[in-house]
Design a protein. Structure first.
Lengths: 330, 498
């Protein structure tokens, strides 16, 4: 009786095992040869070594190496707001061994702006994952007459093009956020573009040459702690842990969400199985405690989106930029 | 008190083993570049920028600045022993130094030069420490409007002073400004003069351009020349006598003062300081007739002055963000490549970089003193490497360096093209210093102008409303008009090239 039972159990187990092997066989057989040991996976980064895109990619690369069991190399191809690297990514062989860092807004703006004559568009990329997001914010100096976001916007309506606000360039996320807000509310700001980066914008802001600071969550953490600045609002769905007590734009009645973000994509044509392996690996790395800690130490805000969510985010973002881009040329 | 506190912070950073190592590497390379005739400090710094990409910003700037003032030490060695100036600022040292070497007192000349260099460099650094505090309090007064006025003043000074021919200097200045126009328009985002090349969209890379204009062009120029490698090898003693010290004391003090003050003036180069110091020494000397026969004062003064000048020239860069000479402009470019904008805000935003680098000047000067005094023999040996071989090595290094800027062969192409352009311009006797300055200042000038106009919605009166900007712009117009009255003509021959 006992022996019979035993045999029956073994038979069932064998049956299940065969069934599983049969089911899993096709995908395993393709998946098995990716990534091949000893073959390097390249991550193209369109920004200089040491910048925050590069740092984020390098931290992820070291996690991916463990996850995929092969070396993962970050290759910097800086220039033209990332366009050089995006072009290379779009032309890379779609075998999974070349993937790239895709930053918003640059990854989208570069192909939407006809003046840039980009050779690629949305269709050339398969999103793998979004991993970092840096939401936009508005801030004023401590001694500014503006106490709330509403006051700033009302002032910009009452005195069009008199309230000076900084951006880091006409095609930056700040400029798009301001354009979006102007469209939404009818306010008109005097945008001052600091295309050489956030540092000179900050000098002008702290020196009182600029009325309102438009930047990212990562920019003002120290100044907020020291009480030098008042953060008026954050362009995200939820408040930022870096700024306790600061409301989002949405909470103050303006449905504005804007951020610069960093993700990864593979060239179009990369087999679905390989995409799955890569995106699963990224997902695992991003979820690990070690990775979370390393990213937080670098001041990077993690936000994971899987390939489907990222693809939707990309499409939505593209639609917004398409609408706003003509306004930058006025 | 505040200055001491800041300096201590600086030393805590500069004295880490890593940063001492960078100061050491910079000093060694600087001395080497100073020793090698034909390769000046501009080319030296430009060639080594690619090497610093993987370093921390502090380490990178420590190394590049050490390299810069290190060349001023090294240049002396060839001036004294070979009668060939290793770089232009030491040219005047040939007169007395070589005569001293002929008399077997070359070692003494080098010792006094090294001590004077150390003293001058340290003196100017103290001046920088003292100036930094008060000037940085001014920092936040400088917005785009004031910055535009400041750069206009800087460019006007450079144009008025650089070169033997005013017209040629102006042409080169405009050439640099035109090169600065390449790339995306900072306001409308439309590509300008990019010829459809993505690589040009961020503007033409200043590192490959300067590597070409200075490094490659200098090598091409030198390929034509024959260097007389006549050494004076008998060197009795390195140790100066008590009388030497007594005679050098005054020149070293005066040289420090002249170098530091002239270093502050944009457009003045180290050669102007050393030349002026030499003239001053001859004027105050009780026995001017002995000048030319190998007097120690004629070595001590100029060698102190050019080092004080090198460190002094960093004062306007650190405090205002204005490069006073071509080499300093290249160092400014290095700052920007590391995401730092020199100027008053540097002390506020990145005190660890600013003060760390300043403290490293003391360390670098000590290292250089050691490198140059007991080890002078090694540098002389390096001069025996055949130039054909040496230039080959440097050329290889430059190509690799240019490629590594952004892992792109395009930069190698740019370097080569500008090497040829630089060679032709030199053959035609065009000064290249204005190109570097306007190439680096041009984009800053354009952006600050357009930011100012965005702030005022196109109203130019914004420049008159700011008192600081108004004063700076009035000064700029005075300097621009002055040369037409030929006030400055007398000085012209002194200030050509670095």
């Amino acid at each position: 009786m006992q022996i019979q039972n035993y045999f029956a159990r073994i038979r069932t187990l064998i049956n299940i095992a065969f069934f599983l092997i049969f089911l899993g066989f096709p995908s395993i057989s393709i998946a098995l040869d990716f990534p091949q040991k000893g073959k390097t996976i390249q991550i193209l980064v369109g920004f200089a070594a040491g910048g925050s895109s590069d740092v984020g990619a390098r931290i992820l690369a070291s996690g991916l190496e463990k996850e995929l069991g092969t070396s993962v190399l970050v290759v910097n191809k800086p220039g033209a707001s990332g366009q050089i690297a995006y072009t290379m990514l779009s032309q890379a062989p779609p075998d999974g061994y070349t993937i790239g860092n895709t930053n918003f807004p640059s990854a989208v703006v570069t192909y939407l702006d006809p003046a840039r004559k980009a050779t690629y568009n949305r269709k050339n990329f398969i999103p793998l994952a979004l991993h970092v997001i840096d939401p936009g914010l508005f801030a004023v100096k401590k001694d500014s007459p503006f106490k709330t976001l509403r006051e700033v916007i009302e002032a910009a309506k009452a005195n069009p093009k008199k309230i000076k606000i900084c951006t880091t360039g006409i095609q930056s996320d700040e400029a798009f956020a301001i354009l979006q807000l102007q469209k939404m509310t009818g306010a008109q700001f005097a945008m001052v573009h600091f295309s050489q980066g956030i540092a000179p914008a900050m000098t002008a802001f702290l020196g009182g040459k600029i009325d309102v600071f438009c930047g990212n969550v990562g920019d003002l953490i120290a100044q907020f702690k020291s009480g030098e600045v008042r953060i008026l609002g954050i362009m995200d769905e939820k408040p930022s842990p870096f700024y306790p007590g600061v409301k989002t734009f949405e909470e103050q009645g303006y449905k504005l969400y804007n951020a610069s973000s960093r993700g990864f994509a593979a060239p179009a044509g990369t087999p679905k199985e390989i995409i799955n392996i890569l995106s699963e690996a990224i997902k695992k790395v991003v979820a690990s405690e070690e990775h979370k800690k390393r990213m937080a130490d670098m001041g990077l805000t993690l936000r994971y989106m899987d390939p489907i969510q990222y693809a939707k985010y990309w499409d939505d973002y593209e639609a917004i930029i398409k609408e706003l881009l003509p306004l930058t040329k006025e | 008190m505040e200055a001491i506190h800041n300096l201590l912070l600086g030393f805590s950073i500069a004295l880490t083993p890593q940063n001492i190592l960078f100061a050491f590497i910079g000093s060694v390379l600087g001395t080497l570049i100073g020793v090698l005739p034909g390769i000046g400090p501009v080319a030296g710094v430009a060639m080594l920028i690619p090497l610093t990409f993987q370093m921390t910003p502090t380490g990178a700037i420590i190394m590049l600045t050490a390299l810069f003032y290190g060349t001023q030490y090294g240049g002396t060695i060839t001036s004294v022993l070979l009668n060939v100036p290793g770089e232009a600022a030491s040219a005047i040292t040939c007169i007395e130094g070589y005569q001293m070497a002929k008399k077997g007192r070359g070692g003494v000349a080098l010792s006094i030069a090294a001590i004077g260099s150390f003293f001058g460099g340290t003196f100017a650094t103290i001046a920088l420490v003292l100036a930094a505090g008060p000037l940085t309090r001014f920092a936040l007064e400088f917005g785009p409007v004031e910055f535009f006025a400041l750069i206009t003043l800087g460019i006007s000074l450079l144009m008025g002073l650089a070169g033997k021919s005013m017209i040629k200097a102006l042409m080169m200045g405009i050439f640099g400004l035109l090169l600065a126009m390449i790339g995306m328009d900072p306001v409308s985002g439309i590509p300008r003069f990019t010829f459809g090349r993505m690589e040009l969209m961020d503007g033409i890379g200043f590192v490959p351009v300067i590597m070409g204009l200075f490094g490659l062009a200098e090598i091409l120029m030198n390929a034509e020349k024959q260097f007389s490698q006549v050494f004076i090898e008998k060197m009795s003693s390195l140790i100066p006598t008590c009388k030497d010290f007594r005679d050098s004391f005054g020149p070293i003090l005066r040289g420090s003062l002249i170098g530091t003050l002239l270093g502050l003036v944009p457009g003045m180069t180290g050669s102007a300081s050393s030349f002026l110091s030499y003239i001053a020494e001859r004027k105050v000397s009780k026995h001017p007739e002995r000048f030319g026969s190998g007097v120690i004062e004629g070595v001590a003064g100029p060698e102190t002055a050019n080092n004080a000048h090198a460190n002094g020239a960093l004062i306007p860069l650190f405090t205002l963000g204005i490069p006073a000479s071509p080499t300093v402009a290249v160092i400014m470019g290095a700052f920007m490549m590391h995401g730092l904008i020199p100027g008053p805000f540097l002390f506020k935003e990145h005190p660890e970089v600013a003060w760390g680098v300043i403290a490293s000047f003391y360390i670098g000067n000590v290292i250089l003193l050691i490198l140059n005094l007991p080890l002078v023999g090694i540098w002389i040996k390096i001069l025996k490497i055949p130039y054909g071989l040496l230039f080959g090595i440097i050329l290889t290094f430059m190509v690799v360096g240019a490629y590594s800027i952004s892992n792109s062969a395009f930069d190698v192409l740019i370097m080569t093209i500008f090497g040829v352009i630089g060679y032709i311009l030199r053959k035609l006797d065009f000064p290249l210093a204005p190109v570097v300055l306007t190439l680096i200042l041009g984009p800053l000038m354009e952006r600050s102008l357009r930011q100012s106009l965005e702030m005022s919605q196109g109203d130019f009166r914004i420049f008159l409303e700011s008192p600081i900007a108004l004063v700076l712009l009035i000064l700029a117009s005075v300097f621009m008009i002055a040369p037409t009255f030929k006030f400055i003509k007398k000085k012209k021959s002194v200030i050509s090239g670095e």
